[in-house]
Design a binder for this molecule. Structure first.
Ligand code: HEC
Ligand code: HEC
Length: 498
């Protein structure tokens, strides 16, 4: 079996673990233009001097090796700026838009025959730029129902030309503000859970007993592990996280590990722009996997810039200057939120030890640039203006006010079935299981629910079933005034800066 057919074969099994075992090689970027972050020149700028009328969105790639390992504020700003340009870029065929012979699948997968048409709302290409969907209330934000995506991991080899839920899961666009903090929290949580398992393994061997380990990190419980003396681990009582104990904070399902991984998936799916670090010669044997006569469409440095921009987006904030009525209602609503135990899942904040965002990150699988494959870059988010607003606890940990817990729950059942609208499981996560939505920014991200088919907060709260049934019933039992107070509170969680 050659490498390509092996990769395609792998699409039927669990990708992350299988690819992980493949040997790690250095990525070589054959054609790169050096950029100069040191003097704050944006690296992906259209060459205005030469051909200002160019129809290319990317005229200059970013050289991964030009990214400083510890960029100062100016260098980081330049990289962020380049990432913002890429996020806004409406890619064209001159950049390599389209994937005549590659499907939307996350693992490089060949089509059986060339696509009949390049653009289609169902299997993609479904948009021209990242910002086409992530723009509410401004770039980096959420999306309208019209920007929904049809996510299909079950039909890797074929295009589907229907919105029938048998073929894909329809998802609404969520916002990216504070995404760097979310990924940092997930990394620290994964590290702690893995440490707990490893410690228990040593103890079980030394004491020759079975150890029942209660997995817990940052005050969030992830169920139990049974660790046996012979080194085997029974994972079936784990809750809300995969058996590898790696928290996957992205996608509403909670199945994507990092901004880097997500960006590579999205570039291929939405735009037919292939990142070399996954679709390039190293894994597929070709620099033009999608056979559109464009080699190395997106290079490692380009992805790094996209990641730097997303990771540095300011977190949502709390609306100020409310009139007296709203302020009082919101204060009452804030207590109602706790009384109903909404905060058992939508935790007001989680503590973060460090604001240093390392890229590549520690937990990516093969097919996403990984730690050790290139020199790591460390972005100290504390340099950014918004970081000064983040409160710290008595231990000096930053309190990230996400209103979430990065854990997955059963959120729908037969009786309360509004959110049970998906028919396909994703990466072995059941159809009715979703990760707690982070509620920061909720005032500006309607419509609600993973499909974006609920227009009011009241509807989405009422739609909570499964493990959230008690909280939902308590909400239904509130008086109209109390419901209004809770809404007043949620409507203060804004993306707009004060
Ligand atoms: C056609 C609309 C669309 C386009 C274009 C798009 N996205 Fe998204 N994005 C979505 C949707 C929908 C989700 C939620 C997916 C899910 O829950 O499975 C999402 C989720 C994300 C997330 C995860 C956020 C979270 O908190 O879970 C990231 C990161 C992201 N997109 C980055 C990008 C990047 C980078 C691009 C451009 C390369 C891009 N997106 C282009 C619709 C889009
Ligand atoms: C058992 C955990 C849990 C509890 C308790 C819970 N939620 Fe949720 N919440 C979730 C999950 C999971 C989702 C994602 C649902 C989906 O698939 O769209 C969610 C989604 C939401 C959303 C929609 C977010 C969006 O962007 O569309 C709102 C608003 C919300 N919850 C508010 C509340 C309120 C208010 C309460 C208390 C009455 C509450 N939740 C209790 C887990 C919980």
């Amino acid at each position: 079996m050659n490498r390509l057919s092996r990769l395609v074969k792998l699409s039927n099994v669990r990708v992350t673990t299988s690819l992980l075992m493949t040997t790690a090689l250095m990525i070589t970027t054959p054609h790169v233009i050096t950029s100069a972050f040191a003097n704050e020149r944006p690296a992906t700028n259209v060459d205005q001097n030469a051909t200002p009328w160019t129809e290319q969105a990317i005229t200059q790639h970013i050289d991964q090796s030009s990214i400083a390992e510890q960029p100062n504020k100016q260098q980081l700003r330049a990289l962020i700026k380049a990432g913002e340009q890429l996020f806004n870029a409406r890619f064209t065929t001159l950049d390599g838009v389209g994937r005549p012979m590659s499907t939307q699948a996350i693992i490089p997968t060949k089509r059986r025959r060339p696509a009949r048409q390049e653009f289609s709302r169902t299997a993609g290409l479904d948009a021209n730029a990242c910002a086409s969907c992530h723009n509410q209330p401004f770039i980096g934000g959420a999306g309208d129902f019209s920007a929904n995506v049809f996510v299909s991991e079950g039909f890797n080899h074929a295009d589907f030309d229907t919105t029938d839920p048998q073929f894909s899961n329809e998802r609404n666009t969520n916002h990216l503000f504070g995404a760097g903090l979310i990924e940092l929290l997930a990394r620290e949580m994964s590290t702690e859970l893995i440490q707990q398992r490893n410690t228990a393994l040593v103890e079980a061997r030394e004491t020759q007993t079975t150890i029942k380990l209660a997995l817990q990190t940052k005050g969030v419980s992830f169920g139990e592990l049974l660790v046996h003396a012979d080194g085997t681990v029974d994972t079936h009582k784990i809750e809300g996280v995969d058996a590898d104990l790696i928290i996957k904070p992205f996608s509403q399902k909670g199945v994507i590990t990092s901004l880097r991984q997500f960006s590579i998936n999205a570039l291929n799916h939405h735009h037919g722009m292939q990142a070399s670090e996954r679709f390039g010669a190293r894994w597929t044997g070709s620099d033009d996997f999608d056979e559109d006569n464009h080699n190395n469409e997106i290079q490692a440095g380009d992805i790094s810039a996209l990641v730097a921009w997303q990771a540095s987006l300011a977190p949502p904030s709390v609306k100020q200057n409310l009139n007296a009525d709203w302020q009082q209602a919101a204060m009452r609503g804030s207590s109602v939120f706790d009384q109903l135990s909404c905060n058992s899942c939508h935790k007001r904040s989680l503590p973060l030890k460090s604001l240093v965002f390392t890229d590549p990150g520690p937990f990516d699988a093969a097919g996403t640039l990984r730690s050790g494959e290139v020199p790591n870059a460390h972005y100290d988010l504390a340099m950014l203006d918004w970081a000064k607003q983040l409160p710290q606890d008595e231990n000096g940990h930053w309190l990230v006010p996400l209103f979430g817990d990065l854990k997955r729950y059963v959120i729908a059942d037969k009786k309360i079935a509004t959110l049970a609208n998906e028919l396909l499981s994703q990466r072995f996560v059941e159809r009715n299981v979703f990760q707690t939505s982070e509620l920061w920014g909720i005032a500006d991200t309607d419509p609600y629910g993973h499909r974006g088919d609920l227009s009011t907060l009241s509807e989405v709260i009422t739609a909570h079933g499964g493990q959230a049934t008690d909280a939902r019933n308590a909400w239904l039992a509130l008086s109209d005034n109390e419901k209004s107070d809770l809404t007043a509170f949620l409507k203060t969680l804004t993306i707009q800066q004060p």
